[in-house]
Design a protein around this ligand. Structure first.
Ligand code: PLP
Length: 330
């Protein structure tokens, strides 16, 4: 097995991020609920992508890139953190951002993450029909080549094996923090989209021979499709770390019950969860990822799937900047 320090990394995040109990939510639900504050990774508002970018941007620099490109939805948190990371390292940043249908309109096109992308100096290419992201990407790459630039392409959500190492790191942090505070977690819950967070976290737990159950609440696609995506990336991540892939058997668990109609589309339970956490704990979730994941956690506690004596850890993967694009739904 390869150690994490085999891979070049640039420190961009405030870590270790805090691990806190949520006492009022725990009393409300009758379960022990904890939160890993990866909304506090620090880079232009923080979030889970900062951990992935530590490896991806280190690789970009090693390859001599002068421009970073990535893709996502118009309110992508990943795009915001990429823009900020690139700015911090003196790299140019080009973002290819797709309209997401059925979302609130008023603030979506100029507030929230999009405003912050522009403040960080990124060039935003908005993809609207009939174009698609792949076409715009080829055009941007061709233009950069004409200008003599050296681009580095980061996949959607920073989710490849290298990016997922950020969550191997996070798994190590969680295990060190839980050992230091004598807490044994039974269950981890997180939002899963492009899959790198769940895959990386599982790879880190497997590397530590730890079998805390990890449940990904789907926000981008139904449960079975998401499970296949996470499994595929987990396999790649284990291969990168030279860990036996047989060890991942049965580990990838996803739940598509809280996804709603589509990526980025609000659900009633998401709105309730965002309000509840703000009002019980002063904790800001987001409308696209953590709001839906927390809706799942709340429901699974209320259904008795998570038991009162269990310690449940929610990974707060960030995104509250997106609230300002969704004001209408609140
Ligand atoms: C706030 C937030 N939470 C969770 C996720 C999902 O993480 P992943 O794409 O690694 O599955 C994202 C991805 O963009 C995100 O922005």
């Amino acid at each position: 097995m390869l150690g994490l320090d085999t891979f070049p990394r640039i420190h961009l995040s405030h870590s270790a991020t805090p691990l806190e109990k949520l006492p009022r939510l725990s009393a409300y639900l009758g379960c022990h609920i904890w939160v890993k504050r990866d909304d506090c990774t620090g880079l232009a508002g923080g979030g889970n992508k900062t951990r992935k970018l530590e490896y991806l941007l280190a690789d970009a620099l090693q390859q001599g890139a002068d421009t970073v490109l990535t893709l996502g939805g118009l309110q992508s948190n990943h795009a915001r953190q990429t823009a900020a990371g690139a700015a911090k390292l003196g790299l140019a940043c080009e973002l290819i951002l797709e309209d997401v249908k059925g979302v609130p309109q008023r603030d979506y096109y100029h507030n929230g993450n999009l405003l912050l992308d522009q403040l960080c100096g990124a060039v935003v290419h908005r993809v609207s029909e009939p174009q698609n992201s792949a076409e715009v990407l080829s055009q941007v790459l061709a233009d950069l080549a004409t200008q003599g630039k050296t681009p580095y392409l980061i996949p959607v959500g920073g989710s490849n094996a290298l990016g997922s190492l950020g969550y191997v790191n996070c798994a190590n942090e969680i295990l060190a923090q839980s050992a230091a505070s004598h807490i044994e977690f039974d269950q981890i819950v997180l939002a899963t989209g492009s899959a790198g967070t769940q895959a990386g976290l599982l790879a880190g737990l497997i590397a530590n021979q730890c079998d805390i159950s990890v449940l990904g609440i789907c926000v981008s696609r139904p449960g079975l499709d998401q499970q296949i995506l996470v499994e595929d990336l987990l396999k790649q991540s284990l291969n990168l770390l030279e860990i036996d892939t047989h060890l991942m058997q049965g580990k990838v668990k996803t739940n598509g019950e809280y996804y709603g109609e589509a990526y980025g589309m609000s659900t009633e339970k998401m709105v309730e969860a965002v309000r509840l956490l703000a009002q019980l704990e002063g904790l800001l979730l987001d409308p696209v990822y953590t709001g839906k994941a927390m809706a799942g956690l709340i429901d699974l506690c209320q259904q008795g799937v998570f038991k009162p004596q269990q310690n449940v850890l929610f990974i707060h993967t960030g995104g509250s900047q997106g609230l300002f694009a969704y004001s209408e739904v609140f």
